[in-house]
Ligand binder design. Structure first.
Ligand SMILES: Cc1cc2nc3c(=O)[nH]c(=O)nc-3n(C[C@H](O)[C@H](O)[C@H](O)COP(=O)(O)O)c2cc1C
Ligand SMILES: Nc1ncnc2c1ncn2[C@@H]1O[C@H](COP(=O)(O)OP(=O)(O)OP(=O)(O)O)[C@@H](O)[C@H]1O
Ligand SMILES: [Mg+2]
Length: 509
């Protein structure tokens, strides 16, 4: 069965765990209910597409791989219900019907609202359980893997096999299984409602000053899954009434200035992992990138080992706009960073005459072997970034910037040079900076948890994070975004959710 095989062959251990747990839930449901008593709620969205393939695999495994089920296109006897609406995207409709044809789904198309549709369906059929692609973080909070339907709804069990899946897990699964998904996800849509309330996620917008046409990166490149609903329009917005008002404030003309560029940093050094030295550059890079409107998605430390570096570079370069790497640069036995970068892109290290010239000006003609090991650079993908303040240029390989800095001061210099170089080329786009508001409260986490999670849903365009400096001290909430008016609105909304004065402002440095 191709889905089960793809996951078993994948080296993503995290995905395997999630898959096994979801298959367990499906198998328990299929053991509890007969096949006539279950149904699958399918709407062509990414979460329900994941569920479709999990159910195909789960049913196949439930049957123990018997002859009657070989996981092929005609082996899906679970009744499938689709609530079709005239306000659905045509792409969603056509994907749903294509999937139904490809996998032999027995579709019940319902054209009424959810509740009355389910009432009629349950009257006419022995259905007792319905599989849904609901995940934690969806607006329908408070569900478990097996949750009875709510009071006022017809009685059935809601079965949610992917409840604990993250946005990342969803995409890891769809990409690992190489299954088709609705084309809208390749056009920047990250969560799909109706044509009236969904636009591409502005955080995936690609700025292009030469063209007036807005372009978006695919949904799987959204690095912060918490922002998957940032393309949803606020149904309850009190706008003027004649133009759509977006819950996230990302109105089309403002999309460029809000586009999200992400970077990661890779520190290479056994001594950091041994606890002998601290990585100073990662935190400083976070500050620097934040100050020019970028988001830092991760900082990681890897060993001085070609495969460790190559693996991390490969992973980070495909999911970030830029990756900074430092440590492990030079002629020593442990200086393997450039070899790792070369391996990640499948090229060899080759002598670079221009770079060798620069090195000679710094270290003289002294070279113990017949070639200068330090002048070996990844072949065909390297660009040297010259600046008069730098004795040796910085190295850029595709979207990887290799920094030779080893401390604060050296990084300050290299950063300033990069920013200056950016004025003449587009190495590091300087974006509108983020604005942060810091609030503190003495209320307990229990008292603040629900209002804060509601606030996150209401302001998906803002980044709302919390931390404390001591376990029993005040809770600090950081509301970060580009639009000061939106941040102000969030601060006001938060104070309304709790009693006045519950939060006080602290000056951010
Ligand atoms: C098969 C199915 C079962 C549902 N069961 C419930 C339920 O038991 N209780 C409930 O409040 N909503 C239920 N819903 C509604 C959803 O939780 C949720 O309100 C809906 O997906 C949001 O859609 P909307 O954005 O169009 O309002 C169900 C929806 C479907 C498709
Ligand atoms: N119109 C519908 N018909 C049938 N099932 C639906 C419908 N709308 C929602 N559902 C069920 O509710 C689940 C959750 O919907 P939700 O919109 O959060 O996820 P999705 O549509 O699968 O993916 P996305 O978040 O990308 O829109 C779906 O996976 C599906 O099981
Ligand atoms: Mg949806």
């Amino acid at each position: 069965m191709e889905i089960d095989k793809a996951i078993r062959e994948s080296d993503d251990r995290w995905l395997k765990t999630k898959y096994n747990k979801a298959i367990y839930v499906i198998q328990r449901a299929l053991a509890l209910y007969s096949i006539e008593e279950v149904a699958f709620s399918f709407n062509g969205g990414k979460d329900s597409t994941v569920l479709l393939h999990l159910l195909r695999a789960g049913y196949f495994l439930h049957k123990g791989g018997q002859n009657c089920a070989n996981g092929g296109p005609s082996d899906f006897p679970i009744r499938t219900i689709y609530f079709e609406s005239s306000s659905a995207f045509p792409e969603i409709n056509s994907f749903t019907y294509d999937a139904a044809a490809n996998y032999g789904l027995q579709m019940d198309i319902i054209r009424t609202d959810f509740k009355s549709g389910l009432e009629a369906l349950l009257k006419a059929n022995p259905i007792r359980a319905i599989f849904l692609g609901v995940r934690i973080g969806d607006p329908t909070v408070g569900q478990e893997q097996f949750s009875p339907s709510s009071v006022g709804w017809p009685p059935f069990m809601r079965v949610n096999p992917i409840l604990d899946w993250s946005y990342r897990d969803v995409w890891a699964f769809l990409l690992a299984c190489k299954v088709q998904y609705c084309s809208l996800y390749d056009q920047g849509y990250t969560s799909i409602g109706s044509i009236h309330d969904t636009v591409p996620n502005a955080l995936l917008s690609v700025s292009n000053s030469l063209s007036s046409e807005e372009k978006f990166r695919p949904a799987y490149l959204l690095s912060d899954g918490r922002l998957e609903r940032a393309g949803r329009v606020n149904k309850f917005s009190s706008g003027s009434g004649h133009s759509p008002s977006f819950s996230n404030g990302l109105i089309s003309a403002d999309l460029h200035k809000n586009s999200l560029l992400t970077a990661s940093a890779i520190a290479v050094g056994d001594e950091i992992l041994l606890g002998i030295v601290e990585d100073q550059l990662g935190p400083l890079l976070c500050k620097k990138l934040h100050s020019i409107g970028w988001s830092m998605s991760q900082t990681v430390v890897v060993r001085n080992d070609v495969d460790s570096v190559a693996e991390e570079v490969e992973r980070k370069s495909s999911t970030n706009d830029l990756v900074f790497i430092y440590g492990g640069i030079g002629p020593l036995h442990s200086d393997l960073t450039l070899a790792g970068v070369a391996k990640a892109f499948g090229v060899r290290l080759a002598p670079d005459e221009e770079f060798e010239e620069y090195l000679r000006s710094v270290i003289g003609d002294y070279c113990p072997s017949d070639r200068n090991e330090m002048a070996l650079l990844p072949e065909g993908i390297t660009e040297l970034l010259h600046h008069e303040k730098l004795a040796v240029p910085l190295i850029k390989c595709k979207n990887i910037i290799v920094l030779t800095a080893t401390n604060f001061m050296e990084l300050e210099t290299q950063w300033d040079c990069l920013i200056e170089l950016t004025r003449s080329s587009d190495i590091l786009a300087v974006m509108e900076p983020y604005v942060s508001r810091l609030l503190k409260t003495d209320l307990s986490d229990v008292a603040t948890a629900k209002p804060l999670s509601k606030l996150c849903l209401e302001f998906p365009d803002l980044h709302i994070s919390c931390y404390r400096q001591t376990r029993y001290g005040p809770l600090i909430v950081n509301i970060r975004g580009r639009d000061e008016a939106r941040i102000e609105a969030a601060v006001e909304a938060l104070s309304k959710k709790l009693h006045p004065g519950a939060f006080s402002e602290i000056n951010s440095s």
